[in-house]
Write a protein that binds this ligand. Structure first.
Ligand SMILES: C[S@@+](CC[C@H](N)C(=O)[O-])C[C@H]1O[C@@H](n2cnc3c(N)ncnc32)[C@H](O)[C@@H]1O
Ligand code: SF4
Ligand code: SF4
Length: 300
């Protein structure tokens, strides 16, 4: 992470904590809900299948930038399916960088060739060992591993949504960080959109998985999560929503996540970022120290 970005983020954090401000710093733009996969745990794919136009996304970027947002994520649907008149995801990333966003990340299912060195991080979904990943996502594991190995930059962070189908395969995903081009691994727990409640972890499951992730981190696996937030995640005791995060989909701006309006989600929120950011900005010292130690090493 550049020193200027670090200072910018630190100043934002100090102002937010001292003055209890609710200004956002992290924004996500959904570029399409179209997807080539139909994962069992996912409720946000192929609802309209529209690829949002370049000009619209550019306006959304400008709106987020003007709100003070400096960390931008592109998400989907499948982000690598995005194109408009010859422009591709890479153009969106470079446009965002040119506009002045300090950190620009992309979330992908990894089934397309990965040639995106301009992104700070490519969050690549990996939902377990081959058997668990394919039970959830269909036959695509070998292709993804090949795409990781052939990627043109080492900015990949594996991204696992832990649920009832893959909770026993957290360690193999941690071990995949030894693969070329993989910088880290980051976890979420399943968030129960209606119809997917059966995939949610119990409190005991969450405690076991967090203990394992903690051991992996102690062993030196590059885990991009904060151990000091685990007890809040297990007990579901972090405040929601996260005011410092927003998501924009087709002109609609929501605080925290697009799940904000989905009944039953926030009470069982499994998104680690929501816990980590709300705890950080409420001024918890151990969260602040761990974030300062963890984040700069993984970004940029
Ligand atoms: C919606 S996908 C979009 C990007 C891309 N298609 C992918 O799979 O990475 C973004 C991330 O959300 C995760 N996800 C989907 N549904 C979820 C849920 N109910 N709870 C937690 N994570 C979920 C996916 O596993 C993926 O890592
Ligand atoms: S690849 Fe991503 S968007 Fe597509 S169905 Fe799976 S989780 Fe959802
Ligand atoms: S707290 Fe935020 S991320 Fe979690 S379910 Fe609610 S809106 Fe989604």
């Amino acid at each position: 992470m550049k020193l200027s970005t670090f200072i910018q983020m630190s100043l934002f954090g100090i102002k937010t904590i001292i003055f209890k401000k609710k200004d956002p710093i992290l924004g996500t733009i959904i570029v399409t809900d179209r997807c080539n996969l139909h994962c069992k745990h996912c409720s946000v794919n192929n609802i309209t299948s529209v690829i949002y136009p370049y000009e619209q996304i550019k306006e959304e970027m400008r709106e987020l930038f003007d709100m003070g947002i400096r960390i931008l994520f592109f998400c989907g649907g499948e982000t690598f399916l995005w194109e408009d008149g010859g422009r591709t995801l890479r153009d969106l990333v470079t446009e965002a960088k040119d506009m002045g966003f300090s950190i620009v990340n992309v979330v992908t299912n990894g089934t397309f060739p990965i040639d995106l060195p301009e992104a700070d991080l490519i969050l690549l979904s990996m939902d377990g060992d081959k058997a668990a990943h394919e039970e959830i996502r269909g036959e695509c594991y070998d292709l993804i591993i090949e795409n990781i190995r052939k990627a043109t930059s080492d900015n990949i962070c594996l991204y696992m949504a832990v649920n009832q189908l893959n909770k026993h395969t957290v360690e193999p995903v941690c071990r995949l960080t030894e693969e070329k081009n993989v910088r880290a691994v980051s976890f979420n727990f399943h968030t129960p959109y209606p119809g997917t409640e059966y995939l949610m972890l119990s409190r005991e499951d969450k405690a076991e998985v967090c203990a394992l992730i903690g051991r992996m981190k102690d062993e030196g696996i590059p885990v991009f999560n904060l151990k000091s937030a685990f007890s809040y995640i297990v007990d579901q005791s972090f405040p929601t929503p996260c005011w410092q995060c927003v998501v924009m989909e087709n002109g609609k701006l929501s605080v925290c996540g697009r799940c904000i309006d989905v009944p039953g989600c926030c009470e069982h929120c499994g998104y680690f970022f929501a816990a980590e950011y709300t705890l950080l900005f409420s001024g918890k010292p151990n969260i602040i120290f761990e974030m300062l130690r963890t984040y700069p090493g993984f970004i940029g």
